[in-house]
Design a binder for this molecule. Sequence first.
Ligand code: ATP
Length: 321
Amino acid sequence: MIELRGLTKRYGDKTAVDHLTFSVRPGVVTGFLGPNGAGKSTTMRMMLGLDSPTSGDVHIDGKRYDQLRDPLNHIGALLEAKAVHGGRSAYNHLLCMAQANNIPKKRIGTVLDLVGLSDVSKKRPKGFSLGMGQRLGIAAALLGDPKILMFDEPVNGLDPEGIQWIRNLMKHLASEGRTVFVSSHLMSEMALTAEHLVVIGRGKLLADTSMADFIAKNSRSFVRVRTPQPERMRDVLGSVGVMPVFEQDGGMQVEGIEPARIGELAAWYQVVLHELSPQKASLEEAFMQLTAESVEYVARDQASQPGRQPDRGAKPVRRKR
Ligand SMILES: Nc1ncnc2c1ncn2[C@@H]1O[C@H](COP(=O)(O)OP(=O)(O)OP(=O)(O)O)[C@@H](O)[C@H]1O
């Protein structure tokens, strides 16, 4: 279990982490989400004692990191893929870590097997691909057989096979009862991996919720209707108590009625339809809306258009009647 209480980090007048209070529980993968610059890495560094908080604290199984004996036996982390001494073989890299942390040598073979690097254990990591480097970083995190694991953007730059491997590994580690905390700026990736979500923006907590709740609240479904007779269609829908919402490009979003029923009504009242398609607002859209206020760096074309939504149909515009 990881517990943060009022965790705050300031760099000069910049508040990178702003009074974060939440807990990360064992047995599930917890996704740590936020746009670039939200403060995820800074938070993780403070969890690992690599940075000290300006105020507040973080406890790993009830203790501060610096109070843990043999910390690698409690918490393992993958922060930067290639932060490895290039001159040592993969085996020797892990050996140095094991010796420095009172970890039995036999764990090295176990973790190299687990991440699929046994065949290249004598090779130097500087010749490794990004995916192999990532696997070595994970082997290092698992070396002390810790109950808590932390991964900072572990799938960045990986191919689909590597992404799937890491996803399955994280789920497996959680199913063994471990605490698994993984950061990402991609909601779609987290939806496939995490059971719990912590979302931050500009260092502040925006959501601490189960993935199921987040999906239930945010995956709004609606029907997109396009017709050359929008006013007439609006009246037809109004006659059955449904109020469409017009989109900027003239289409309309209709909620609370099945597409088949809309088609039947249109046929009955002789309204021509050009589109009748069921839609689901994506989780990525919901995440972008949640964090929209807190995005630090916005592409110029978005920034120059106040109110512009990042994705098609993310927020419909109501047209005056
Ligand atoms: N050492 C530092 N000195 C000054 N500012 C810093 C320092 N480290 C981080 N920051 C600032 O703190 C904020 C949070 O950065 P952080 O790297 O924790 O965010 P992040 O959520 O991990 O972002 P990303 O997804 O881009 O890695 C950013 O505005 C960053 O510029």
